[in-house]
Design a protein. Structure first.
Length: 628
């Protein structure tokens, strides 16, 4: 295949990690490679020459446009393609590319740039556009020390020609956490922006870029200071105006300025009615304010909006799996549980790696559906999900909801029998009341691999029905592998409360006792391991405690009652649920009326009061899924 009449122009320094991948992706489409090297000390130049690049050395003058323009001066082809070394071109349809290059009315093309961020490549990205493919026309040049731009020159010099959008896609990995850290990009960008601001102090765009540097570092107070100053002066028609408005709303949200965020989001949607990211952000704010029906309507509208990546800066999942996930959350708040589950299913069909949707779906499924339906969805709808993650999560949630018999039936259908499955089987036997079989299985795997959590669960099972301090041998064994257990043993021996206990270890011990229904031991540890100010009922404990004997629930309520007001909303609702099911009318009424007054936008106090008046507990089990 012959290349096109395109010069690839690049500016690089110490890019041996990425350069070959970038050049390999562009090689089928370009007839020459012009590479400006600003002082590499690694193998960058050697790699470039292997691909036949013309390498020009240049002293770095802290000015990207200067370096880009030097590359343009060496380009001989009719068209220029600009890439950075940490980018990779997606395969391009050659016939479509040929047609694009033949359009005489065009001076250049905007391409889609997928900017990946976070820790893992491909998990999260933001889609932006940039003029990366343009004609090699006389008199054109880049402007800008940083965030350099060619479009100003193209439009000024050739106003009768258009810059059109295309579906050519470039993947950019430079915003991944490890890359930013290795290249010290943040410090470099701030230095260049400070120089730029000295040269052009009134340039609104560069002020926006400076604010965005703080925004990306999550220094929202500094970002909002800049955004508030420039927002009244930026035209809604400017290319960055929609992104500025979105980031201002988001920064307000993060700073707790919810009213300002909502007001500005509403105003912004009047200007940009199809900006899905902004609609989603406003819907989230509406949900937090309890305006659930409007949030639902707005999110549903997002599903009908087509691809907006050629109009706005947008991020992964906008209008697709992220919108479905948010609809799932809204439907949870509206107590439309089956619809909520359907949205989580839809979000996973669009992005099978969205584990948050799977976990929320599992909670709803175990409360709502029979085993046959749960398995049907897992086998059919979630077929492409990583098998280990899928089934491990299924069994852990089955454990949480005490579906012991059903889980054992599913385990019996599986061919594989590895160590983790034996551990799961042992816990399910303990939940079923067959502690001897549970300990037998645990002893099998502990003999081969004495992991701390295996030893902790064996201790938990052997703590039935006694207090935890009556059986310290198993815990002492586990402490040889996990030293955070030593302070807990000291507390149990001395019957005193310690400030030095590792909170995570304490939670693990208490949860193990809940799962295997060692209730006396759980109560003893819960009451004596931590000072009352540090006692918290974790959300994952709710299903187990809810299914506990009545006298255990009464004790939990009594233990937590004195600092009920300091509890989170989800804990308060859970304690109220326990009181309702215990027919404690006085406590229930007092707490529900208090919650109704403090949280008028939440539906749970209304449902609880209705239950109290009617005497029916139907539907109250969904209180177990409440978020703060």
């Amino acid at each position: 295949m012959s290349p096109f009449d395109i010069s690839l122009c690049m500016v690089v320094k110490d890019e041996e990690q990425f350069l070959a991948r970038c050049l390999e992706s562009a090689k089928p489409y370009v007839s020459e490679i012009i590479l400006i090297d600003t002082g590499s000390t690694d193998q960058t130049v050697s790699i470039a020459k292997e691909y036949g690049a013309k390498v020009i050395s240049m002293n770095w003058n802290h000015h990207f446009a200067e370096a880009r323009n030097l590359a343009l001066s060496y380009a001989k082809s009719s068209w220029i393609l600009v890439l950075d070394a940490d980018e990779q071109m997606e395969d391009v349809d050659r016939e479509k590319l040929h047609q694009l290059l033949q359009d005489s009315n065009v001076s250049g093309y905007y391409v889609k740039v997928m900017n990946y961020y976070g820790k893992q490549k491909g998990s999260n990205f933001e889609i932006d556009t940039g003029c990366r493919l343009f004609r090699n026309l006389p008199g054109i040049f880049y402007k800008g020390r940083i965030h350099e731009d060619i479009t100003l020159s193209l439009n000024e010099q050739y106003p009768k020609k258009e810059i059109k959008h295309t579906d050519i896609c470039v993947h950019h990995y430079g915003y991944l956490t490890e890359v930013i850290s290795a290249k010290e990009k943040e410090n470099r960008n701030l230095t260049l922006l400070q120089k730029t601001m000295e040269e052009e102090p009134d340039n609104l765009y560069y002020q926006y870029v400076l604010g965005t540097e703080f925004f990306q570092r999550e220094i929202y107070d500094k970002a909002i200071f800049i955004y508030e100053n420039i927002l009244p002066h930026v035209s809604v028609m400017d290319g960055y105006a929609s992104a500025l408005l979105f980031k201002t709303v988001y920064a307000y949200k993060e700073l707790g300025e919810r009213k300002k965020a909502l007001d500005l989001a509403h105003q912004g949607i009047c200007y940009y009615p199809d900006y899905v990211d902004l609609i989603e952000l406003r819907s989230f704010l509406l949900m937090e304010e309890g305006q659930l029906e409007e949030a639902y309507r707005e999110l549903t509208r997002c599903l009908g909006i087509e691809d907006i990546s050629d109009k706005y800066t947008t991020s992964s999942g906008a209008g697709t799996y992220r919108t479905r996930f948010l609809l799932g959350l809204v439907c949870e708040r509206l107590y439309n549980w089956e619809e909520s589950a359907s949205h989580y299913e839809a979000s996973l069909q669009l992005n099978i790696s969205l584990t948050a949707s799977y976990y929320r779906w599992l909670d709803i499924a175990f409360l709502t559906f029979p085993l046959e339906k749960i398995l049907s969805v897992i086998y059919e709808t979630f077929e492409e999900m990583d098998s280990e993650l899928k089934w491990r999560s299924f069994f852990l949630y089955a454990m949480k909801w005490a579906w012991a018999k059903e889980a054992l039936d599913v385990l019996n259908t599986m061919d594989e029998e590895h160590e983790e499955m034996i551990f799961l089987r042992s816990v399910f036997f303990a939940q079923s009341g067959n502690c001897d079989q549970a300990i037998f299985l645990l002893n099998q795997i502990i003999g081969q691999n004495p992991k701390p959590h295996y030893l902790i669960y064996r201790w938990a099972i052997t703590s039935q029905p006694h207090h935890a301090y009556f059986n310290l041998d198993g815990l002492y064994q586990a402490s040889q592998m996990d030293h955070t257990l030593f302070p807990i043993i000291e507390v149990l021996l001395n019957h005193s409360i310690s400030q030095e206990i590792n909170q995570e270890t304490c939670k693990q011990l208490l949860y193990s006792l809940i799962l295997v229904k060692a209730w006396d031991a759980f109560l003893h540890l819960f009451q004596h391991l931590l000072p009352y100010t540090q006692r918290k009922i974790e959300k994952e404990w709710f299903p187990g405690i809810f299914q506990a004997p009545a006298h255990i629930k009464e004790r939990v309520v009594l233990i937590m009652k004195d600092h009920y007001q300091e509890c989170s909303y989800e804990e308060q609702i859970f304690l109220t649920l326990l009181s309702l099911t215990l027919n404690d009318v006085k406590n229930s009424y007092q707490w529900l009326t208090d919650l109704r007054s403090k949280y008028p936008w939440r539906i749970e106090p209304i449902i609880g009061l209705s239950s109290l008046y009617s005497g029916s507990h139907s539907g109250l089990q969904y209180f177990l899924l409440v978020d703060s």
